[in-house]
Design a protein around this ligand. Structure first.
Ligand code: ADP
Ligand code: ASP
Ligand code: MG
Length: 440
């Protein structure tokens, strides 16, 4: 059995929905995970923000605009009158719910329920469309089996038991469709796997059903060697190891949600990245195998905060770092990069929700400097730390100021911290220096 996930663009237009139908109807039994149609989750977040700001009128206007888009989808995709009625009723029910939300008091629970509607809509509409086309497809509601625990980790035991149960209880089908992104939390409330989380849904399901392969279908032909949104002349990488792909996803390669690789790596299930608009292209195969050496790819992660902790007492003292780390542990804030000197330690975090408490505690025994708007640029490849061409990346130092460098922490990753304003220049220059590509 394979698990195939289709992202927002792949289900974002009638033309692409028809492409997806063609891709999945190859006769093999499969589980298909869908995101919301492109633009929908952003619109739902905006609606939630209007409610949060007590602007229910503007929320209603946005709800109406989104509703209009779905009436067009319904008209263009569903022709059989009985199904049109059924899908129309479903869409109306969702939008009545959203309208009711617009006058409610805002909370995280309300936000979670609002943003869940995108995947509920796309999967319902798509399943009925497949049925109209004679495909034996069935909807497996993610909220009946997908759950995270108190630490926000997937509850594999619960997921496996319940997914198995609902597949057994459902009438046989060739294709099971389910929602990406959404889940229940440990207390049974509607929750989600964070923005872009449908990729993660796919590998979580892949691991529990022991799939032969997980495929992530999107709008590009695989993982590129640099961020195609900012750099020209990038190209897809054919093979990546789980470790390489995990680093790239964690450090900002948007094609994969940061945690996607973990369940696949643990269960040793290959993940293939494919382009819905060009199904023939090879894409990227992520597996246990390591192929090629040298720097393979570069990614960038924004919204990083750098913290410099200085203390004269650090000189020749032991136990200083322990004291520092204990504070970060207390506030459940993980550290990405770290560099030290005799009297200072610099580190980075991406979750600054407890920053002021952390700084307050650090200031009891040190001087603290905080810089926001930082970006980690991460270079990934097998054994790059030892590779004879890796030195080329340091040419970037002649063009931009690099705040921190992490080299040697792992053999497969070198990270640079730069000011976010310098990110695009750094990515472009690195493309030139590392991959010898001409840049504009
Ligand atoms: P989906 O909606 O299918 O999940 P996403 O927008 O989340 O798609 O991810 C695909 C996008 O990721 C691409 O269109 C591309 O702009 C962006 N991207 C960023 N870095 C990379 C990279 N290294 N390789 C490929 N795509 C990347
Ligand atoms: N629809 C969700 C989002 O836009 C999840 C996803 O697309 O993976 O974040
Ligand atoms: Mg995505």
């Amino acid at each position: 059995m394979k698990v195939l996930k289709f992202g927002g663009t792949s289900v974002g237009s009638i033309e692409n929905i028809k492409r997806v139908r063609e891709i999945i109807t190859d006769g093999d039994k499969k589980i298909v995970v869908l995101s919301a149609m492109s633009g929908t989750t952003n619109a739902l977040v905006e609606i939630s923000d209007f409610i949060k700001n007590n602007n229910s009128n503007q929320a209603l206007v946005s709800i109406d605009n989104l509703y209009h888009k779905y009436t067009i989808v319904l008209d263009d995709l569903i022709e059989v009158s009985e199904l049109k009625q059924e899908v129309g009723n479903y869409i109306d029910k969702v939008f009545d719910f959203l309208k009711a939300c617009s006058s409610e008091k805002h909370s995280e629970f309300l936000y979670n329920k609002i943003v869940a509607q995108g995947e509920l809509l796309s999967t319902f509409i798509f399943t009925k469309y497949l049925n109209q086309e004679g495909v034996n497809a069935r909807l497996l509601p993610a909220l009946d089996f997908m759950r995270i625990d108190k630490l926000h980790e997937p509850d594999d035991f619960y997921i496996k038991q319940n997914l198995q149960r609902i597949i057994n209880d459902a009438l046989p089908a060739d294709i099971y469709i389910t929602q990406g992104f959404i889940c229940l939390d440990a207390y049974g409330n509607v929750a989600n796997l964070q923005r872009g989380g449908s990729d993660y849904t796919a590998t979580i399901i892949g691991a529990v059903v022991e799939a032969d392969e997980v495929q992530i279908w999107t709008d590009i032909d695989g993982m590129h060697n640099n961020d195609p949104r900012f750099v020209e002349n990038t190209h897809a990488i054919s093979n990546l190891s789980f470790d390489e792909a995990a680093e790239l996803a964690y450090f900002g390669a948007k094609i994969l949600h940061p945690q996607t690789v973990m369940p696949a790596r643990e269960a040793n299930i290959p993940v293939r990245l494919k382009n819905t608009m060009d199904p023939e292209s090879y894409g990227t195969l992520i597996s246990q195998e390591t192929k090629g050496d040298g720097i393979k790819a570069i990614a960038a992660k924004d919204n990083i905060t750098a913290i410099k902790i200085k203390s004269a007492r650090m000189l020749l003292a032991h136990g200083f770092l322990k004291k520092v780390f204990e504070i970060f542990e207390k506030y459940e804030t993980s550290i990405d990069m770290i560099t030290t000197s005799e009297i200072a330690v610099s580190l980075t975090i991406d979750d600054d929700s407890n920053l002021s408490s952390i700084v307050e505690e650090l200031e009891k025994f040190s001087t603290v400097e905080v810089d926001n708007q930082q970006t980690i640029i991460c270079l990934v490849g097998h054994s790059i730390v030892k590779h004879h061409e890796t030195h080329k990346l340091f040419k970037v130092l002649q063009d931009i100021s690099v705040r921190m460098i992490s080299y040697g922490g792992s053999n497969n990753n070198i990270s640079l911290l730069v000011n976010t304003n310098d990110k695009i220049t750094a990515l472009k220059r690195l493309n030139k220096y590392v991959f010898d590509l001409v840049i504009s």
